[in-house]
Every structure is written in C-alpha cells, then in structure tokens.
Design a protein around this ligand. Structure first.
Ligand code: MN
Length: 289
C-alpha cells in the first residue's frame, strides 16, 4: 500500500491586481522533484485598468514553464524572443546565469487562466546561457476516462521534446467522470494541482487551492473524478541540492541572490533589455541585507 497523499493548502498572493494561488513553495513543501514554484492564476477577467501580465523582471537559476487554459500572453525576453502563447502550448525559458522577460496580455480585455511553474536548474546548467523554447504542439497520451498532455519529460511511452536539465516530468490531465490510472516513475515524487473541478486521490478530494504530495515508490497513480477535472501532475527525482529562493531568483546562498539583485537594479548587461514598454520591476531589498 502506498502512503496517502499529503495535502498542503496554497497561499493566496497578489500579482498586480490579480489573485494567484501559490501551491509551491510552501513552508512544508519547498520542492517536488526540481519543481520549485507553482502559481495558479485565475480564472480572472481583466481590462484596461487592471491588465494581467507582468513587466520586465529578471531570473537566475531556473526555468519558467508557462501553461494557459484560457487567454493569451505575449512573452518578450532579452534574447530577442517575441512569442505569443495560447492554451495548449508551452513556453519554456531557461534563465541560467541571467535572463529577463515580460509577459503582457495580448488583448485589451479578456480572461486569463493558467499556471506559472518554475524548475530549479542543477549545478551543471545553472551558470550557463539563457534560452527560450516555444512548443506549439505537445504529445498526448490517452488514459482511461481522460487524456494527458505531456509538457516535459515522459509519461508511459510518450515523451516531450522540451528541454530537461534534471529528471523531472510535467503533464496536464483532462479527466472525465470515472476512474483513471496514470503510469508514473517509481523513483519520482509527485504533486497534483487542480486547475478546474475536483479529483479523488488516495482517499482525499483535491480542489483548486491545494497541492497533493505523493512520495516516490509507486508505478501507477489511481485517480477518480465525479464530474470533469483539469489537473497538473508534476513529478521528478527529489532535487538533491538545497536551494535558496528569493523574489525571482533561485541560487544556493544569499550572496548569489544579492549580486543578482544588484546587477538587475544597476541595469547590468547580465539581464539585457526585453524591449517591453511595460514598467521594469525593481528588485526589492533582500530581507537579510
Ligand atoms: Mn518571470
């Protein structure tokens, strides 16, 4: 018998004038595999007075994974990328030593629903070059009573071609009423984050605003759905290194973070220029300085 899931409530947080449910990191759950951040955004209507999106800001040491259910966003970065993302597509940006980007709403008004995820980079690549990938189509796997879209890594016999610097995995499960079984890697720990509806897992009912954590040691994950459900399944080998996360940075100690924040606020070439006309977001003072 597998150990039952551990349910952690997400923290409601403000990004601009919109509420997000932050499923990761939480005090009791910092990482799941290399996944270190998960913000469930919306569904929320927006207009000219309260645009969604975020102005130019930097990242180090992580990959951003943007996944939309509704709406569109325009990604701009200092590599020269200008890429619109729509539901069912993947934007994957690798920060390495440093990158900056903005994500702007494409339409003056509309609705946005999606999830913003970060993956901590391993030592081998976290000091390396920044990069950006857009995947307009992703592989899918039919499941009993549902379908999985594989963003990164492998599910059953289906693999995403998205860049992967650690042994991790992410998919969206779109489930109909009834039971299903998802094949998973025995060495991976997993988390479920519901975007729409509810799903029963190991005797618990999971809804938006919570994360279910599942320890390694299982080959398949049985789920049950009453009505219909859209849920993210994230997994990976437990991340070996202890990370230091602050603001938009993932490092290993406070010195690295201080240097990155100073470089961004000084307008250093390390982070370049996104070309966005939105206001640049300055790094706040670090709590330890
Ligand atoms: Mn960002």
């Amino acid at each position: 018998m597998s150990i039952p899931p551990v349910i952690t409530p997400s923290r409601e947080s403000r990004v601009g004038s919109h509420t997000v449910r932050r499923a990761l990191p939480r005090r009791d759950r910092r990482t799941v595999g290399a996944w270190c951040f998960a913000d469930h955004m919306g569904p929320a209507a927006y207009g000219e007075d309260d645009p969604v999106g975020v102005g130019p800001h930097p990242h180090i040491g992580l990959q951003t994974v943007t996944w939309l259910v509704e709406g569109e966003l325009l990604h701009r970065d200092n590599l020269g990328t200008e890429q619109t993302i729509a539901p069912g597509q993947l934007n994957l940006m690798t920060a390495g030593h440093g990158v900056s980007h903005a994500e702007e709403n494409v339409h003056a008004r509309g609705a946005l629903h999606g999830i913003q995820l970060w993956v901590a980079q391993p030592e081998a690549t976290r000091h390396g070059d920044a990069a950006f990938e857009h995947h307009g189509e992703l592989p899918q796997l039919e499941l009993p009573n549902g379908r999985a879209t594989v963003l990164v890594g492998m599910l059953g016999e289906v693999s995403s071609t998205a860049r992967r610097d650690t042994d991790h995995f992410g998919a969206e499960l779109l489930l109909r009423s009834g039971p299903t079984v998802v094949p998973v890697e025995r060495d991976h720990e997993h988390a479920l984050v519901v975007l729409d509806g509810s799903v029963a897992v190991g005797g618990e009912t999971l809804r938006p605003g919570n994360l279910a954590y599942l320890q390694p040691g299982r080959d398949e994950l049985p789920l049950a759905v009453d009505d219909a459900c859209r849920v993210m399944l994230l997994g990976g080998e437990p991340f070996g290194a202890k990370i230091k996360m602050w603001w938009n940075f993932v490092g290993r100690d406070t010195d690295e973070i201080d240097v990155a924040a100073g470089d961004w606020n000084a307008g250093s070439d390390r982070f370049g220029d996104t070309g966005s006309t939105w206001d640049r977001i300055p790094a706040p003072a670090t709590p330890w300085s």
